[in-house]
Write a protein that binds this ligand. Structure first.
Ligand code: ADP
Ligand code: MG
Length: 233
């Protein structure tokens, strides 16, 4: 059984009388320890897919399984537990708490977890041991995203989900963030899903899921994923 399975997933957003079909018939799987890049144009349904996988949104059709467990049947309380223990999330705009230091931002997330990693050790892992006592406003965008990654990793989640993690960063900084994600996946065996609209990034993945108009256009496997240093765009 695959680590992540999407089975004929559909999602319709209803706002009053207006229905938007964001996903239909989405089926794919991800194996444990893989880097999966989900690629597609703006509006294709990538964020909807990731939010369903992360327990931040619910599907209207189909099933999603993580590690053998059907998360599409969880009630709200179970869903909160799932988000809390199983999922690390990295967003485009970092979303750090401004009046907590970098390491406190990591600490607060690790306190939610059953089996957290040591916050300072994770700050070191992301290359920010010497900036641990800085507040977010004293850090660059790339450094703030490193803190956000540390915060997600410190929970020691089953799955790390990243929605356009370099969308707000310049080229070199974005590349360094992707290198951190790639190295982390390789070293710790963490399963990582990265959403992007940049098709050059597909070369770094073990598995590429292309989303078009709310459904899977193709799934491909890279037998020899490129190191991010060797990818230019
Ligand atoms: N909360 C929502 N309510 C209504 N429509 C939404 C909502 N979120 C997303 N959509 C719509 O669903 C489609 C897919 O959006 P999204 O998953 O954000 O795509 P992507 O991340 O690939 O840009 C778009 O047409 C978008 O307008
Ligand atoms: Mg999106």
């Amino acid at each position: 059984m695959a680590f992540v399975t999407f089975e004929n997933v559909g999602k319709v957003y209803k706002t009053g009388d207006v229905e938007v079909r964001a996903l239909h018939n989405v089926s794919f799987k991800i194996e444990k320890g893989e880097i999966c890049v989900v690629v597609g144009q703006s509006g294709a349904g990538k964020t909807t897919l990731l939010n369903i996988l992360g327990g931040m949104d619910t599907l209207t059709e189909g099933h999603v399984l993580l590690d053998g467990r059907d998360i599409s049947t969880l009630n709200e309380k179970q869903m909160a537990t799932y988000r809390r223990f199983d999922i690390g999330f990295v967003f485009q705009f970092y979303n750090l708490i401004p009046n907590l230091t970098a390491v406190e931002n990591v600490e607060i997330a690790s306190q939610l977890s059953k089996d957290p990693l040591d916050s300072m050790a994770v700050m070191k892992q992301v290359g920010l041991a010497d900036r641990a006592l800085n507040f977010p406003a004293q850090l660059s965008g790339g450094e703030q995203q490193r803190v956000a990654i540390a915060r997600a990793l410190a929970k020691n989640p089953k799955l790390l989900l990243c929605d356009e993690p370099t969308g707000a960063l310049d080229y070199e900084t974005g590349k360094a963030i992707l290198k951190l994600l790639q190295d982390t996946c390789r070293k710790s065996g963490m399963t990582v899903v990265i959403i992007t609209h940049n098709s050059a990034l597909t070369a770094m993945a073990d598995r590429v899921v292309k989303i078009k108009n709310g459904t899977v256009a193709s799934v491909s496997i890279n037998e020899n994923p490129e190191s991010i240093e060797n990818i230019e765009w």
